[in-house]
Design a protein around this ligand. Structure first.
Ligand code: SF4
Length: 281
């Protein structure tokens, strides 16, 4: 935020997949701020508080069409701009940059796992929750080999849901993986991302964490919007810009057109050139 600083004091998991809304936590609250703008989050926000704030998502006619599945992705602004729009009635101006602070314990874990990794350290994040957001792990491995041949150290980033993709990366890569951050808790992962020179990743959470820590991020986009989710400078987005892209707000498991050309046709050489340019400043 440019004029105010807000701090998160607690995280309450109102909604858990498979278990739904937790009635113990649903409120009433004085105010609910919905930063997702989904039909589901709008329903939760209205159940939790009398007053809700969100960014402008749909006209009433679009909301009705969305109920029947016709819901084009929101691409008119970046996520920080949309969040600032939601928070503006509270006198919080924007857009701003998210900052994350981590504990000394997390800093120490990050320091330890990267202790023997010589720079430049390049982290690779081949996972993503939604399949259509994933550039193939084998291409990440080829990219890692290419940058390792130029003297970079390979650092692997992911989380528990990415096990299969990380394994595919490990099978394909020839360069040594100097550090694997996939077992770190979130705060230590965040601290570790502050200690790499570049993160190359799909459109995922670690991209936003690294950006918040000031680390350059190269994000590979397929079905989602670089305008909405792209990293701030000095990071940059890579997208083929197909006419069908973006087709989704957050990604899907299957390409609606069945070909997944948006990432399937993205070549290692173009990503390597973009990564090299970021490393060279
Ligand atoms: S429709 Fe286009 S943008 Fe969406 S997943 Fe398929 S190829 Fe990618």
């Amino acid at each position: 935020m440019t004029s105010n600083t807000s701090e998160l004091s607690r995280v309450l998991p109102l909604w858990r997949p498979g278990r739904g809304l937790d009635p113990q936590l649903v409120g009433p609250y004085d105010l609910a701020v919905d930063l997702q703008g989904k039909l589901k989050t709008a329903a939760i926000a209205h159940a939790a508080a009398d007053r809700t704030l969100t960014f402008h998502r749909r006209t009433p006619a679009q909301a009705v069409r969305a109920l029947f599945g016709a819901d084009p992705p929101l691409t008119r602004a970046s996520a920080p701009d949309l969040y600032a729009e939601a928070l503006a009635p509270l006198g919080i101006s924007g857009p701003g940059r998210t900052k994350v602070s981590v504990s000394s314990k997390a800093q120490a874990m990050a320091e330890e796992i990267l202790a023997n990794v010589r720079g430049p350290r390049v982290a690779f994040g081949p996972g993503a929750r939604w399949a259509t957001k994933r550039w193939p792990a084998e291409r990440y491995a080829a990219l890692a080999d290419s940058l390792a041949a130029q003297g970079c150290s390979v650092v692997l980033v992911g989380g528990p849901p990415d096990v299969g993709v990380l394994e595919a990366f490990r099978r394909a890569v020839r360069a040594p993986v100097a550090a694997d951050l996939s077992s770190l808790p979130l705060d230590a992962l965040t601290a570790a991302l502050a200690r790499v020179q570049l993160l190359v990743t799909n459109d995922t959470g670690p991209a936003h964490l690294a950006s918040a820590m000031g680390t350059p991020v190269l994000t590979l986009f397929g079905p989602t919007s670089p305008r909405r989710w792209g990293p701030p400078a000095p990071g940059r987005s890579v997208s083929l810009g197909l006419p069908c892209s973006p087709c989704s707000n957050h990604g899907t498991q299957v390409c609606p057109l069945g070909h997944h050309r948006c990432l399937g046709e993205l070549q290692v050489s173009s990503v390597a050139a973009a990564a090299r340019a970021l490393l060279d400043g």
